[in-house]
Design a protein around this ligand. Sequence first.
Ligand code: SIN
Length: 311
Amino acid sequence: MTKFAFKIRDVEFKNRIFTASGTFGYGVEIPQLIDVNKLGALITKSITLNPRAGNPPNRIIETPSGLLNSIGLANIGVREFLDKILPQLSNLNTVIIVNIAGNSDEEYGKLIEMLNNEPVIKAFELNLSCPNVKEGGLSLGTNLKSVSEITRIARKLTQKPIIVKLTPNVTKISDFAIAAESEGADAVSLINTLVGMAIDVKTRKPKLSTITGGLSGPAIRPIALAKVFETVRAVKIPVIGIGGILSLNDALEFFLAGAKAVQIGTANFINPHSSVDIITELEKFCDDNCIKDFEEFIGSIDLSGNLAINN
Ligand code: SIN
């Protein structure tokens, strides 16, 4: 293993920079743009049991330092994903994580049953945090019992790593991480987007068709960092940091807070090379700072002299 490699369950990741679900298509559109094989992992957009057209436009709005989206889990559905996309992903030399989203516990179970025997799929990310759907999404992800139940069902059905993607739209995100860990999750990823809203003052209309959407991008990074810091102290399983990471420096903040890996999301829309650039810059950073074992850097935030108020 190189100094950046690490394992979740028995799956080895060559480095700790992943691309976030929903910001990288199905993973097959991008190889023309960047060398996907350099990534620690590629996470597909959310796959649901049935195809979904998603929400009507407008479903993406730029805000100061952020992006509000209300895509509504638009995707081709698991059958077409298996038939058309998966064979193309088999040519890639990176870990393929499939993000799945359901309306109910049963749907998560069915999705895993349909996907589990595919050797190309190395791990699952359970999307329990989409703020843009009437059923599923936040109604499940903000309910501790549902998070426990879905993780339990998933754990029974697969030996592959299960990563539970958590919403920040709760009082205490670490309680949800503990619930996932207790039911056998191998890692948690956080944060998904924060519920937000924008209004066109001239027309007096909400800018998004669904009125509210999910805010991502640098605007949410300090919140994400605080949630990661909190969660790292609450669970033993790896915490994967997500939230407005644009640069190496941003990623380093999450590693110092204790994230074992990070996902690059909204940055992909600004610069599709961001994830690969961060990988290259991280290697140089470690060389320049004589960091031989990156695991030692993780969580090495210096809290001496600080006062812990909320943690
Ligand atoms: C969406 O499809 O609306 C966004 C997905 C998510 O936030 O999980």
